[in-house]
Design a binder for this molecule. Structure first.
Ligand SMILES: [Zn+2]
Length: 147
């Protein structure tokens, strides 16, 4: 039986505002990462493009920007979940001189008319020159990283 989730993705056209919230069209912003024309230069841009990939149901992009050690074998989208906005709360590392970075964010969504959100501090690593998502930062690691 065919899965319908992929067909229910919201229509994001190339000229629409990018779902990640930056002042750019989808084509010029996360779309260029999703199409593989270029790669995200920072963990924040990667985080934003992964959020946008959830919006447009681009599982292939999410999987190829996931660290091999933590990457799931497959990814399903919840057809009832609608992503409604992304807030970046803070970042660490992630410059051209770093191999690691974190991005703390809140992703807003609604599910069957009920508004909810996901708050995560995500860890990113540079893998073969490209930023990839690893996992949430464990709360203890967060606390120990004070200095
Ligand atoms: Zn974007």
């Amino acid at each position: 039986m065919a899965r319908y989730s992929a067909r229910r993705q919201p229509a994001i056209t190339d000229s629409a505002p990018c779902p990640c919230g930056r002042e750019a069209t989808y084509r010029d912003c996360c779309g260029s990462f999703h199409r593989g024309e270029t790669t995200a230069p920072t963990p924040e841009r990667l985080m934003r493009s992964r959020y946008s990939a959830f919006v447009v149901h681009d599982a292939a992009y999410l999987l190829r920007t996931w660290h091999p050690a933590t990457r799931p074998s497959d990814l399903d989208f919840d057809p009832d979940q609608r992503w409604t906005g992304l807030e970046i709360l803070g970042t660490t590392g992630g410059s051209a001189f770093h191999t690691e970075g974190t991005v703390e964010f809140i992703a807003h969504y609604s599910e069957q008319g009920h508004a909810d959100s996901q708050h995560e501090n995500s860890r990113f690593l540079r893998d073969n020159g490209q930023w990839v998502y690893v996992s949430p930062v464990p709360p203890e690691a967060d606390r120990s990283r004070t200095s």
